[in-house]
Write a protein that binds this ligand. Structure first.
Ligand code: AVI
Length: 315
């Protein structure tokens, strides 16, 4: 893990257009800051998807063509605290559907918390947690021929560029069988005045979330970044539908990273690219699933039409 982190930081800071991968945002402090982001007035994504789960729960069940007497596996990739999913679990359980809920996460701690919480809140739901990498877990489940519904929520696919998202969908498709479904949460392309503030909130929580990566490098790779010499400078291009997070050096400076045994120079106004948050529409999603067995079957949107959950099926 630390070796991979070291390599990613070294590679990213050694190229002419410096970058650092956003997957390293999520240490303990980063997790807590992301929870704060999800509650921010400007960060509409989580509320919009929750709106769909809360107000269109029966619609979700109908769109997934679930039948009460056919057992299925409900597999959630990157389950987190399951707030949205609980709305669906509650109704499925109340109406007597025959299923197991299989939350998949890399963090055993996150899974333990979710399992304990569900034991109290929804004691009749059968929960089988799966710790590990998404594809390792899916590979292991592939041989069970039970119908599967995969939940991949929260616009998590948006943090992949289109090439990586296509490969992700190809891998997912290859691990599923005919008739299996994917319930995919994506943020929709919309105007800059709505999207940009979601990544540039007035309380500076998103700035802290981005700059925390420098603190993580200082801590784990023994570096001397001074986060006061960098500012958070996100952008959003409405035409392509992509938000990008950068941090910009405010002065000419050198930073030494002991674990890599290297000094990196930054000139005033030089940017480090950290994150991409891709927004979707039907055309973009169709391009991404071109080389897969998935077809779009349905789409549910929130009341503002900010966010959508697509239903895709293996055909
Ligand atoms: C996790 N992911 C979908 C978030 C997003 O909206 O791209 C991460 C995030 N970055 C800044 N704010 C939230």
């Amino acid at each position: 893990m630390i070796e991979q982190f070291k390599e990613a930081v070294n590679n990213g800071l050694s190229t002419p257009h410096k970058n650092l991968p956003s997957k390293y945002f999520y240490d303990k402090k980063g997790d807590a800051l992301f929870v704060k982001i999800m509650g921010l007035p400007e960060y509409y994504l989580t509320r919009a998807e929750h709106d769909i789960f809360k107000n269109q729960t029966s619609n979700i069940i109908t769109s997934l063509k679930l039948e009460k007497d056919t057992y299925f596996e409900l597999i959630e990739l990157g389950a987190g605290n399951g707030t949205k999913t609980k709305e669906l679990l509650k109704l499925l359980s109340k109406e007597g559907y025959n299923f197991d809920y299989l939350p998949v996460d890399i963090s055993q701690n996150a899974l333990d918390n979710l399992e304990n919480n569900l034991k109290t809140e929804l004691p009749f739901v059968s929960v089988k947690t799966k710790q590990g990498d998404y594809f390792e877990v899916l590979e292991s489940l592939r041989h069970s021929k039970h119908p599967k519904v995969i939940l991949f929520l929260g616009s998590n696919i948006g943090n992949m560029n289109d090439a990586i998202a296509s490969i992700f969908m190809q891998n997912l498709s290859a691990n599923l069988n005919l008739g299996d479904k994917l319930f995919l949460g994506v943020d929709l392309i919309k105007s800059e005045d709505i999207v940009l503030p979601a990544y540039n909130d007035s309380q500076g929580v998103t700035a802290a979330f981005n700059l925390n990566l420098l603190d993580r490098i200082n801590k784990e790779l023994d570096a001397d970044f001074n986060r006061n010499n960098f500012i958070h400078t996100p952008t959003y291009n409405e035409k392509e539908g992509i938000a990008k997070s950068y941090i910009t050096s405010t002065i000419n400076q050198d930073v030494h990273i002991k674990a890599i045994n290297k000094t990196f120079s930054f000139i005033k106004n030089e940017k480090i690219h950290l994150e991409i948050s891709r927004k979707y529409n039907d055309e973009i999603l169709n391009n991404i699933i071109t080389n897969t067995q998935f077809n779009i079957k349905n789409k549910l949107s929130d009341s503002n039409n900010y966010f959508a959950n697509y239903i895709l099926e293996i055909e």
